[in-house]
Design a binder for this molecule. Structure first.
Ligand code: FES
Ligand code: FE2
Length: 423
């Protein structure tokens, strides 16, 4: 049996049993090059990965650069308002047309928009810094000096390569291999659940990049399970959303949905805040939310790695860029309705909330890094799961299903909700 087959086998053993008997994955799933190669092809390049939110690139010419699975990409809004995901590799001699530091010399601060990472910018056209080939915002080659003697050279055949992309609820997703089924299929339930937040109209007000010494799956598992409120977040999130009250919906084919009910005190404080229109429970309470939105955090994972949560006051999206087994880059973002950003006290609220969110995010970064270190131990054997770790188990069932070329719930009945067990 190949190394990959052995890992598949142990993943299936870990999760093809009821949650009450399930274990974690073997350490090789987070460390093996062979397994990582399979993930890249079958899950990541072969699936849909979120690369941007529309509010990050509101104007024609606004762009974001990122590297995804070794592909240098630019996400850019064209003059036709279409958002495209294109390769940054120059079709001439493979230069990165927007190399790190590019913005420094070429764009004024105003063009870079104050406070945004260097990976965000604005351009009227894309100019390759090597031999000055120039591309329109839609990737077409507009000009290339001194090419008149190149026989049969047709300018319209040498544009930037475009990858297949789709925008769903304000998030731009890319499918690198071009073969995935359309993005929105089987996501109607999730689209309805997040609709009250009007995700396409939210604004990214905070974004931070993190170099992470842990595997992307360690992050997905950490983001989705709330059992660790008891440990890592005992002084922060546990006080507002105690682990024992959290529960996970019945298994869905494409996504996992976790519910994190607030304490009665927190729920009452939100009611108070809503009545007064103040920001005592975070950002101002989002208008138009029903009980379900005012009383919980909702956590979502759209397989393989779209991580999103909604709260009574804000939402967050984590952009995942796997770099190799045990390594990734992360962009954490925070989204609020535009009306929140227009308040006079917004800067003060933002400062306070940034600190609060960073505090619990750092708690997560610390444990994820330490878990990856732990996975280096040859003596460690897969551990047992709590019923509160149902999202971890469901994620493993996704991996197991994909290893069989199938999808969760496609070839077996969906796992039931854990609500009854936890209440
Ligand atoms: S490599 Fe881009 S113009 Fe030559
Ligand atoms: Fe956490």
């Amino acid at each position: 049996m190949s190394e990959l087959e052995k890992i598949f086998e142990s993943i299936r053993q870990a999760c093809d049993v009821p949650l009450s008997q399930a274990t974690t994955l073997p350490r090789e799933a987070y460390r093996s090059e062979a397994f990582h190669r399979w993930e890249r092809e079958a899950l990541l390049a072969g699936g849909w990965m979120a690369v941007a939110h529309v509010s990050q690139i509101p104007l024609a010419g606004d762009f974001i650069t990122l590297g995804l699975l070794g592909e240098p990409l630019v996400v850019i809004r064209g003059k036709d308002q279409e958002i495209r995901v294109m390769s940054r590799v120059c079709p001439h001699r493979a230069m990165d047309i927007l190399p790190p530091g590019y913005s420094e010399g070429r764009l004024t601060t105003a063009e870079r928009r104050e406070g945004l990472p260097e990976s965000c910018g604005h351009a009227r056209f894309l100019l390759c810094p090597y031999h000055s080939w120039t591309f329109d915002l839609d990737g077409r080659l507009r000009a290339c000096p001194e090419m008149q003697l190149a026989e049969g050279f047709q300018r319209d055949e040498w544009g930037l390569r475009e990858f297949r992309s789709e925008t769903w609820n304000g998030f731009v997703f890319v499918n690198l291999d071009g073969e995935a089924p359309p993005f929105a299929g089987d996501l109607e339930g999730m689209a309805a659940a997040i609709a009250p937040w009007k995700p396409a109209e939210l604004e990214v007000v905070l974004q931070r990049e993190w170099e992470c010494e842990f595997d992307w799956k360690v992050l997905v598992e950490n983001f989705m399970e709330s059992y660790h409120h008891l440990g890592a977040h005992r002084k922060t999130l546990q006080l507002l959303m105690p682990a024992k009250n959290t529960w996970t919906e019945e298994e869905h084919r494409r996504y996992v949905h976790g519910h994190l009910p607030y304490t009665a005190e927190h729920r009452a404080a939100i009611e108070d805040s809503l009545a007064k229109g103040d920001a005592e429970t975070g950002f101002p309470v989002i208008r138009g939310l029903e009980e379900d939105g005012l009383s919980h955090w909702h956590l979502y994972l759209v397989h393989p790695c779209f991580l999103f949560f909604t709260g009574h006051d804000c939402c967050a999206w984590y952009r995942v860029e796997p770099l190799g087994p045990g390594r990734m880059k992360l962009l954490t973002t925070l989204l609020v309705p535009v009306e929140t950003t227009k308040r006079e006290d917004f800067a003060a609220i933002m400062e306070r909330e940034t600190q609060r969110l960073l505090a619990f995010h750092l708690e997560d970064m610390e444990v994820c890094t330490a878990v990856q270190r732990g996975l280096a131990s040859a003596g460690w054997q897969p551990g047992r799961l709590s019923h509160l770790e149902m999202p971890v188990w469901l994620f493993h069932r996704f991996l197991a299903a994909r290893s069989r070329g199938s999808w969760p719930t496609a070839d077996r009945p969906p796992a039931p909700s854990q609500k009854e067990v936890t209440s």
